[in-house]
Design a protein. Structure first.
Length: 425
């Protein structure tokens, strides 16, 4: 199931990124005495309580609906009834393929990775797993190909005519040897000999007109599901029940992560409401706003250097970018820009003050090993690219904050400080 990045994470990454500049400015959250700005008075922040909606048990109908919802987006036609029909011109063929240059195949033969150029006896999954394909030469999803349309290089569609799809599925892919044209648009492939390993699926039934059917659980069998999803070998579902079980697990995980995000937001909101003092120092605000301004200026400067024409289209000038020009473009002068941005900056800075006050009050730290374990868990949860574009210091701050929050929530759970309410209809 596709993992969503909850708003909580994106908000924190951006806030930490912008506020990380404060550490090098006139106000350092990590070392500054925060007691003049944050106080809970005679209240104990450990006594905080929150309320969130309970995760309800999933019904079979809800899981089926999720299955149908995923496949309802499909534009694939159902297969024709005759599964021994050979491919003809005009047929709508569904297939997966991966193209590998013959030079790469010859090298793999020499190294003993494959038996011969055509990978005799190897499944489509095993061939794809070699990772020898060139960029753009491997399908990421089930493809439709109208034979005779000429959408592929010469010989591709013609080379499939006469084949019976059921005889060249994922277990016995068809090796289609071709050569890229000398004038091919991608110079690195021009004139190169290539073999496309084609896992053929089925010929679509277009007899009912242009509208493809709405796929549902009742219309599909496990082989069709595996083929549409590109799952073969050990990755394939053994039966439809295992597919539904996977969807159920994904839905449960998504519900858990959504609830966890709600808990975190509720906890920090409750803590902020418990404070009797939470004042934002001017130095922190000014540094935060300056970071935003400098980030936008860097984007404008990069645009000026990479695409002068587009820069001119946006700013109406060929002059080198200046900070003044950026502020004027945004409809401000420096004074009213700073004043108006203060209001937007307040929530992030207030939470930053509160966080550093609490993490130091709890004397909370993570070892390098704990940080790495937290990062691994985070990337497994939200995807390996969740931190792309962020500096290590920003990532580190986020991981400590997230682990601190989750550990505190776990303690609250044990102490009965989290109330679960019925989900609203």
């Amino acid at each position: 199931m596709r993992r969503k990045i909850h708003g909580w994470i994106g908000m924190l990454l951006m806030a930490i990124f912008l506020l990380s500049g404060c550490g090098g400015g006139s106000f350092d959250f990590r070392t500054e005495d925060l007691t003049p700005y944050v106080s809970f008075g005679d209240r104990d922040y450990r006594d905080v309580t929150i309320s969130v909606e309970r995760i309800e048990e999933l019904t079979d109908a809800e899981v089926r609906a999720e299955f149908d919802s995923y496949f309802s987006e499909s534009e694939y036609y159902l297969p024709i009834a005759e599964d021994t029909k050979a491919i003809e011109e005009g047929d709508l063929l569904y297939l997966h393929y991966t193209g590998i240059l013959v030079s790469a195949l010859d090298k793999a033969v020499t190294e003993g990775k494959i038996p011969d150029q055509t990978c005799t006896g190897m499944t489509y999954e095993a061939i794809k797993a070699l990772s020898l394909g060139f960029s753009g030469g491997t399908t990421s999803q089930l493809m439709s190909l109208e034979i005779g349309n000429g959408n592929y290089i010469e010989g591709f569609e013609e080379g499939l005519i006469g084949l019976v799809p059921s005889e060249h599925g994922p277990e016995a892919p068809y090796a289609l040897r071709l050569r890229f044209p000398e004038e091919y648009r991608e110079q690195s492939l021009a004139g190169q000999e290539v073999i496309f390993f084609c896992a053929l699926g089925y010929i679509g039934d277009v007899s009912d007109g242009d509208d493809s059917p709405t796929w549902t659980y009742d219309l599909l069998d496990v082989d069709m599901v595996n083929f549409i999803l590109g799952l073969t070998g050990s990755n394939a579902y053994p039966n439809m029940e295992s597919c539904l079980a996977k969807i159920r697990d994904g839905m449960k995980e998504e519900a858990y992560l959504s609830q966890l995000s709600e808990k975190k937001e509720a906890l920090w909101k409750a803590w902020e409401e418990m404070t009797v003092k939470l004042e934002v120092p001017d130095a922190a605000t000014e540094t935060y706003i300056q970071e935003i301004l400098e980030e936008r200026y860097a984007e404008m400067e990069a645009l000026y250097e990479s695409s002068p024409e587009y820069y001119y289209y946006i700013f109406g000038t060929t002059s080198a970018p200046t900070m003044t020009a950026l502020i004027q473009y945004m409809g401000y002068n420096m004074n009213n820009y700073m004043e108006e941005m203060k209001e937007d900056a307040m929530p992030a800075i207030r939470q930053e003050l509160l966080y550093w006050y609490l993490v130091r009050a709890e004397n909370y730290t993570l070892s390098d090993a704990e940080l790495q374990a937290t990062r691994t868990e985070f990337e497994e949860r939200y995807g390996e690219n969740v931190f792309d574009g962020y500096e290590e210091e920003v990532i580190r701050d986020l991981l400590i904050r997230e682990k601190f929050t989750e550990d505190f929530l776990a303690r609250m759970e044990e102490n009965g400080q989290i109330q679960y309410t019925q989900k609203a209809e």
